[in-house]
Design a protein around this ligand. Structure first.
Ligand SMILES: Nc1ncnc2c1ncn2[C@@H]1O[C@H](COP(=O)(O)OP(=O)(O)O)[C@@H](O)[C@H]1O
Ligand SMILES: [Mg+2]
Length: 373
């Protein structure tokens, strides 16, 4: 869990989840009905935070839930065991049930009821050690369906960083998953992915295993009207006075981007603390902004270096940032289009409904402009 007045980095707690209420309700409704959902969006846009809250609500409604993150696995067996653990926790209340099962004495100490609790799931003491990687994987993929059936529950399984699944396990994983998942009645899946292009292909490509398995929903932006009361109340909790116009300026700088907004608020807050002031003014917003930019510079530099290995990208990036026309005489439009597509696939820019481009991270746009001045 994240710490600080404005939590940063990891999934945030319910009370720090700004501007997602409607979307969460809609996700809960869909999943409750058994509809699987895919959410794709760049990193730090708030997918994991959102999904955890959805799962908490499902759990409160009596559903079973399980969440696993593909960034955490070292291989097939690791993934399988984690999924099994996440599923079993719904019954046993024990976070690492499989570990307990490996050690008979420990399991007995946990009460004789323990083994009985798992008996109808074809699990016995020493369970994972007896199985090959593939057997364990098949069992893990079957388990949500078995649990939902046996216990007559709705079950929601969340896969985070799903685009990594094939790299972590094997290239056949998607086919294998689909074969299991499509027969499961009471289970809905929530897939999250931070490589949008890959996720679109996986769920939208006709030849892909997950074609049309889940509905793909766009992650809404967090509106200024949602940020303002949150930020105001946070500062107020530390006896810092704010006024709506100044708070708005923070959001204008960050563009409402989830993590950048939190970060900017955080830097403004520490600047206030250091000077012992308790009134938020425009000057403090500026100071906080400069500090945030300084801290983000190495990250932005790396992004720039990484993107600039492709022809035209650096120039196109600057022109987009400056709001200029990217197409130029003397350069073939296809080349420029490729650069633009590359920036879209790397989630640096997004195409708006009107056909123009916006930066996913407005502070990166500002950084580019500063660099090329
Ligand atoms: N709804 C939100 N409200 C406020 N801050 C958010 C929200 N979503 C994300 N953040 C900020 O972004 C950070 C990263 O969020 P996270 O859910 O881990 O994103 P992702 O999974 O898309 O990488 C959080 O630590 C928090 O600072
Ligand atoms: Mg995440």
């Amino acid at each position: 869990m994240t710490k600080g007045l404005f939590p940063l980095g990891g999934p945030v707690a319910k009370e720090d989840l700004v501007g997602r209420e409607q979307f969460i309700v809609s996700l809960v409704n869909r999943l409750s009905e058994g509809q699987s959902v895919m959410l794709a969006g760049p990193r730090r846009i708030g997918k994991t935070s959102l999904a955890h809250e959805v799962l908490r609500r499902m759990k409160n409604k009596g559903a079973y839930t399980a969440a696993v993150d593909f960034f955490r696995f070292s291989g097939k067996r690791d993934f399988a065991a984690s999924l099994i653990d996440a599923c079993l926790e719904n019954r046993t209340g024990i976070n690492k049930t499989l570990n307990v099962l490996r050690d008979r004495a420990k399991a007995m100490a946990g009460g004789a009821q323990f083994a009985i609790k798992l008996k109808d799931l074809e699990i016995s003491f020493g369970f994972p050690d007896k199985k090959s990687d593939d057997e364990l994987l098949d069992y893990a993929l079957k388990l949500p369906g078995i649990l939902a059936d046996r216990d007559e529950k709705v079950m929601v399984v969340m896969f985070d960083e799903f685009q990594e699944a094939s790299r972590v396990t094997d290239p056949e994983i998607f086919k294998r998953m689909r074969a299991h998942f499509q027969t499961q009645k009471g289970v809905a899946y929530l897939f999250l992915g931070s490589k949008e292009g890959m996720m679109q292909t996986l769920f939208g490509g006709r030849k892909e295993a997950f074609y049309r398995f889940a509905i793909m929903l766009p992650i809404p932006i967090i509106a200024e009207d949602d940020w303002i009361p949150y930020i105001t109340q946070k500062f107020a909790s530390r006896n810092i006075q704010t006024d709506a116009e100044v708070v708005k300026e923070i959001i204008q700088f960050s563009g409402g981007h989830p993590q950048d907004t939190m970060f900017l608020c955080s830097e403004v807050y520490y600047t206030l603390l250091e000077t012992g002031n308790n009134v938020l003014t425009r000057d403090y917003v500026r100071l906080g902004y400069n500090r945030a930019m300084l801290a983000l510079a190495p990250i932005f530099d790396e992004m720039l270096d990484d993107l600039s290995t492709r022809p035209q990208v650096r120039r196109v990036l600057y022109q987009l940032a400056a709001g200029e026309n990217v197409y130029q005489e003397g350069i073939h439009p296809n080349k420029i289009k490729r650069a633009v597509d590359h920036l879209i696939s790397r989630a640096v820019i997004e195409k708006t409904a009107r056909g123009s481009y916006v930066f996913v991270e407005p502070m990166f746009q500002q950084y580019i402009l500063q660099q090329f001045q």
